[in-house]
Design a protein around this ligand. Structure first.
Ligand SMILES: [Zn+2]
Ligand SMILES: [Zn+2]
Length: 86
């Protein structure tokens, strides 16, 4: 039996990466330590903080993330303004 975690491991072994949220990273790394590298959800670069959820960069206002250090620097937080955009 394999589940999505095994599927994810297979994909990553094949060089295929997709964005995972923090809890998914945690789940994959719990089974395959160090398997996933955390990727910035903006530019898809590695954040360099894989497997260390407590170090991940999330916007504390809008809760988006994870960011790499570059993208959090240029992040324009839309929290509270999005519904007013037309
Ligand atoms: Zn980035
Ligand atoms: Zn934000």
């Amino acid at each position: 039996m394999s589940d999505w975690i095994d599927d994810e491991k297979r994909r990553r072994d094949a060089g295929e990466r997709r964005a995972l949220d923090q809890s998914q990273h945690a789940a994959v790394n719990a089974r395959y330590p160090g398997c996933t590298l955390e990727h910035c959800f903006i530019c898809d670069e590695e954040t360099g903080r894989a497997g260390r959820a407590e170090d991940s960069i999330y916007c504390c206002d809008c809760d988006l993330g994870p960011f790499c250090e570059h993208c959090i620097g240029i992040h324009q937080c839309t929290f509270g303004t999005e519904q007013f955009n037309r």
